[in-house]
Design a protein around this ligand. Structure first.
Ligand code: SAM
Ligand code: SF4
Length: 302
């Protein structure tokens, strides 16, 4: 297993498969990738999964842009799931049609973003004329095959829906993930602490996901699981076990750092040793974006 300079094991890959999207969420960080460029092929992703799994990377989360916009997304999942566990984060628009084929290709879990529960709020966030019902229908279909987690970026627009999200989660059987908005220039940004306090009071118990940025998962009295993603703290960064891959074959140590190691040539040439070297270069560049006061990297290389 690969351990970085801060003692953090590398266990997960977060792979963006496209920059394209059918929504235009006003806050979208596009996983820190702001350029187009040729998308890797399903065979390329299979090769990446094979090589990275041999180094102890056990899981991949496919993201984007909108991953389900790719016509060959089922093939990508099929090729990668031979080597590692595969999950997807999606806006849910194409999920009703694709949930079953994705499951058959090896998809184990899905995160569906749903930032509003009425048409007006949904449109304010996504800037497209789509009813949230379309997304809820996709969630319902996916739940027949796999666990679903609903992602909600907490905003002044949607905070009023928190009780309704919990009610729906209980009725339909999904879990919830409330996410702090990244970026300081949005008037719609709210601090998730107050929401978390209310949830914590209603929780029967909680646990911490140590290999997932030390996130807290509360289990409410009705059985619903509610997780908080709050990236503005050092515990989050010290619990990070992931490396990122862009749609055009660049390894990125962190969403919030402008560092990218281009491995496209090695991927295209199926150069296993070259790809491992590029990965290690990215691992060396890994450092916690928000650091605890006294954390210093040791002097020796990993
Ligand atoms: N299109 C897919 C979707 O929306 O789920 C996958 C890509 S999207 C970039 C991945 C996740 O990041 C989504 O849950 C989205 O809501 C979240 N996200 C995007 N921009 C964000 C921001 N500025 N702050 C917090 N979360 C953000
Ligand atoms: Fe960004 Fe996802 Fe919204 Fe598309 S759906 S704009 S990728 S957050």
């Amino acid at each position: 297993m690969i351990i970085d300079r801060y003692g953090r094991p590398l266990k997960k890959l977060r792979a963006s498969v496209t920059q394209r999207c059918n929504f235009r969420c006003f806050f979208c960080h596009r996983e820190g990738i702001f350029r187009s460029g040729e998308e890797l092929s399903p065979e390329d992703y299979g090769f990446v999964a094979e090589v990275l799994s041999s180094l102890g990377i056990e899981e991949v989360k496919l993201t984007g842009g909108e991953p389900l916009i790719r016509e060959d997304i089922v093939e990508i999942v099929k090729n990668m799931s031979k080597y590692m566990r595969v999950s997807i984060t999606t806006n849910g628009f194409f999920l009703q049609r694709l949930a079953k084929p994705l499951y058959e290709a090896g998809l184990e879990r899905v995160n569906v973003s749903l930032h509003g529960l009425d048409e007006e709020t949904f449109r304010l966030v996504t800037r497209v004329n789509v009813s949230p019902k379309v997304i809820l229908d996709g969630i319902k279909e996916a739940l027949k095959y796999m666990p679903v987690k609903v992602n909600v970026v907490l905003l002044s627009y949607n905070i009023k829906f928190v009780p309704k999200y919990i009610e729906l989660a209980s009725e339909m059987g999904f879990s919830l993930q409330f996410i702090e908005l990244l970026g300081n220039d949005y008037p719609q940004k709210i601090n998730p602490v107050e929401v978390e306090k209310v949830i914590a009071r209603r929780a029967r118990t909680y646990y911490i996901r140590r290999d997932m940025q030390n996130r807290i998962v509360y289990i409410l009295n009705n059985g619903v699981k509610v997780e908080f993603v709050k990236p503005e703290n050092s515990s989050f960064c010290m619990g990070c076990t992931r490396i990122r891959l862009s749609h055009d074959g660049r390894f990125m140590p962190c969403l919030r750092m402008p560092i990218a190691i281009d491995a496209k040539e090695e991927i295209k040439k199926r150069d296993e040793e070259g790809l491992k070297e590029k990965l290690m270069m990215a691992v060396k560049a890994r450092s916690p974006f928000v650091r605890p006061e006294r954390t210093r990297p040791p002097q020796s290389d990993p």
